[in-house]
Design a protein around this ligand. Sequence first.
Ligand code: PLP
Ligand code: MN
Length: 387
Amino acid sequence: MRTSYEQLKKLVGQGVDAIDTPAAVVDLDAMQRNLNRMAEFARKHAIRWRPHAKMHKSVAIARLQLQAGACGVCVQKTAEAEVMAAGGITDIFISNEVIAPHKLARVALLAHRLAADGGQLAIAVDSAEGIRRLAEAMNAARADTGVAAVIDVFVELDVGQHRCGVAPGTAAVGLVHEIRRHPALRFAGLQAYHGGAQHLRGARERREAIGLAAGAVQATRAVLAAEGIAVPLVTGAGTGTLVCEAASGEWGELQAGSFLFMDADYAANERDPAQPAFEPALFVRTQVISVSATHAVCDAGHKAHAIESGLPRVHGAPEGLGFFNGGDEHGILRGPTLPQLGECLWLVPGHCDPTVNLHEHLIGVAGGLKGGVIDRILRVDARGALT
Ligand code: PLP
Ligand code: MN
């Protein structure tokens, strides 16, 4: 039978041994330390931070981040924005392009709902067609609601990932003019996020990549300035490079999300000396269900943790114990010292965001993984919110 939120709630106060496997577990103390490190970093650099909620998909965690000083949340999907808004989050940035008119109708309706509550919705664009469709949707929502909301619009630049975004330079000018033609749209600035730089292993490589991105932002700013257009804000940065964006002076807002939970892929980056010492806070608890002379097998396969960015690491394992892919429901453990039958292990997933999306709940543990107690159950509210 599936374990419900209500059943999980009954575990609160019990030790970690009460957690059935496999389960996604958050070390709440480690998470809080990561949050404090991020808040302090942002304060020191006098920069805004708008953490990416696509990572945790949890309204309760978004609230914690806002309490710690975040200016709002980023989401990637319209549905994630709707979930966050339904949970009472009022300052939301869809850091992504939305093109389908039926989705834009939802975006516009949400912009009007948030505005009526004193909140604000923002969105990224990279085409004149996208801007016109957004404006049409905003006009229709205004007619329907009787509210005169304005949506913040960020022009996305391709600063090196070659994903969304227009080329740096003159292409942004036409888009800003298009935004300005529509009273329900406000040009809020540039989105400059370099996803391709986040996992460059060397700190110097990452600095070089963001150095180039900063040059692209600067060049675009200059072209816009020549047209009399000021850029109110540049937003971007992930966990791997945020120290570079913060130091550059070009960015005014950091979007990093993974810093809160971290993962094995980020742990494999060479740490930049300026980078806050973020630590793993998301784990998959798993039990050894079979042991042979050569290997052990645990009950967490890639239905319990995402493997597209690499396999998990076994946390606090004896030297040399490695995790190997055992398929959907199994993990294979090999090393000089194997765990025993029935023993429970903690895995640090390869990639936090898609791992969270595999789980309905995150079990929050206080007092550390060893000897700690189940403190709260966090719902993954926006799980599967893909549209
Ligand atoms: N901003 C955008 C546009 C992203 O796509 C992402 C992640 O892919 C982030 C911010 C956050 O990056 P991270 O979770 O690696 O810190
Ligand atoms: Mn990610």
